[in-house]
Design a protein around this ligand. Structure first.
Ligand code: NAD
Length: 335
C-alpha cells in the first residue's frame, strides 16, 4: 500500500486530487487541512468521496502536523495547503510569504525524514505576467516596483520553490515543483475571488454578472480534473529538482468572453456589467497581468495531456452548482 500525505486536501484542488488518488486501489491517503478555506463543510465533502477506509485525516496546521507526526512510513507528499485567491490572500497581507515559506520548509523536512517524494504546488503568479502573458519555465521572473498582497503571495511561493530546489541539490530531497495556471471546476469557491463560481452564482441568482475592469484580461482556464492529473503525473514521471508549468493553453480567453459563455450556457437573463474590483475588495486588491502557459515541458516529460476544453469546465461547474442545496450554493458563490 502506497502511503500518501496531501496537505490542503480538503480544498478545491486537494479534494479532486484525493478522488484521483483513491481511485488507485493501492493508495492510502492522509489529509492535513486546518479547514480555513475549504470550500465545503467537512461532512459534506467526505460524503462525496468513495472509499473513506483508505482516507484518514488530521484537522491541523501544516507546520504543527509535520513537526509532530510519527507515522511509520510515507512515500509521497503533495503540498497544496496555502492561502490562495486574489481576494483570499488579502486578510493575510504581511504574513502571506512567511506562512507559505514556513509550511513549505516543514513539509520539506518531513519529506527528508521519510525519504518521501514531494510535489510542491506553487503558482503561475511567480511569472508576474511573463512576456505579454506568455509564461515559460525558461523565463526570468518579473518583480514589479509596487508592493501588493498578490506580490507577497507570489514571492512567498517563489522563495519556497527556490529553497526546495536547493534542498534537492544539497540534501537529496526528491522534490518536483508544479506551477498551475488558472484552475476551475466543481467545488471551487468564489469566496477567494475566483471568477467562474462567482459568474455562475450571479447567473443562477439572476443578478448582474460583474466583470472586473474592462474584461480584457487574458487567462487560460484548466479543468480541475486535468490539473490534478498533471500533479500526479509530475509526482510519478517528473524529474527531481524540475519545475513544470501546468495549464491548458488551448483554453485561453479574455474574462469578458468567459462571462458571455456563462450567460449563454446558463440561459440567464443577467446583464454583464463592468466594475472596479477595489470598490468590492478594497485598495489592496490587484488584478493579475495577462497570463497563459507554455506547457510544452509538462506535455513532453510527464505523459500528461489536458483533455477538457473551457466549455466543459463551465458546464461541469454550472451543473455542480445547480445541484447544490441552497445553503452550500450561497457558501460557494462568494457574494
Ligand atoms: N485555484 C487555482 O486556480 C490555483 C492556481 C495556482 C496555484 N494554486 C495553488 O493550489 C493550491 C490549492 O489551491 P486551492 O484553489 O485548492 O485552494 P483552497 O483554498 O480551496 O485549498 C487550500 C486548502 O488548504 C487548507 N489550508 C490553508 N492553509 C493551511 C495551513 N497552514 N495548514 C493546513 N491547511 C491549510 C485550506 O483549509 C484549504 O482546504 C494552493 O497552494 C494554491 O496556491 C491554485
Amino acid at each position: 500500500m502506497r502511503k500518501i500525505i496531501v496537505t490542503g486536501g480538503f480544498g478545491f484542488l486537494g479534494s479532486h486530487l484525493i478522488e484521483l488518488l483513491l481511485a488507485e486501489r493501492d493508495n492510502h491517503v492522509h489529509v492535513i487541512d486546518n479547514l480555513s478555506t475549504s470550500p465545503l463543510p467537512l461532512e459534506d465533502l467526505l460524503h462525496e468521496f468513495d472509499d473513506p477506509d483508505r482516507l484518514t485525516y488530521s484537522v491541523a496546521d501544516v507546520a504543527a502536523f509535520c513537526q509532530s507526526w510519527d507515522g511509520e512510513r510515507c512515500d509521497e507528499i503533495y503540498h497544496l495547503a496555502s492561502v490562495v485567491g486574489p481576494a483570499g490572500v488579502l486578510p493575510h497581507a504581511g504574513r502571506i510569504a512567511a506562512s507559505i515559506v514556513n509550511d513549505t520548509m516543514a513539509v520539506a523536512n518531513l519529506a527528508l525524514r521519510y525519504r518521501a517524494k514531494l510535489v510542491d504546488v506553487s503558482t503561475s503568479e511567480v511569472y508576474g505576467g511573463g512576456q505579454d502573458g506568455f509564461c515559460s519555465e525558461t523565463m526570468s521572473k518579473i518583480v514589479p516596483p509596487k508592493s501588493s498582497a498578490r506580490l507577497e503571495y507570489a514571492l512567498g511561493k517563489l522563495a519556497g520553490e527556490t529553497a526546495l530546489l536547493n534542498l534537492c541539490e544539497t540534501q537529496g530531497l526528491e522534490a518536483r515543483i508544479v506551477r498551475p495556471f488558472n484552475v476551475t471546476g466543481p467545488r471551487q469557491s468564489g469566496r477567494g475571488g475566483f471568477v467562474l463560481p462567482r459568474f455562475i452564482g450571479q447567473a443562477l441568482a439572476g443578478v448582474d454578472i460583474t466583470v472586473f475592469g474592462d474584461g480584457r484580461q487574458v487567462r487560460a482556464f484548466t479543468h480541475v480534473k486535468d490539473m490534478v492529473a498533471g500533479i500526479v503525473c509530475a509526482m510519478r514521471n517528473g524529474r527531481k529538482g524540475e519545475v513544470y508549468n501546468l495549464g491548458n493553453p488551448a483554453n485561453r480567453c479574455a474574462i469578458l468572453e468567459l462571462a458571455e459563455e456563462v450567460k449563454r450556457l446558463s440561459g440567464t437573463a443577467s446583464r454583464i456589467v463592468f466594475v472596479d474590483p477595489q470598490t468590492i475588495y478594497g485598495p489592496l486588491y490587484e488584478e493579475a497581468n495577462n497570463k497563459f502557459p507554455d506547457a510544452s515541458k509538462a506535455l513532453a516529460e510527464l505523459d500528461w495531456e489536458p483533455r477538457y476544453g473551457r466549455q466543459k469546465a463551465i458546464e461541469d461547474t454550472l451543473l455542480y452548482m445547480k445541484g447544490l442545496p441552497e445553503q452550500l450554493l450561497l457558501r460557494l458563490r462568494g457574494f
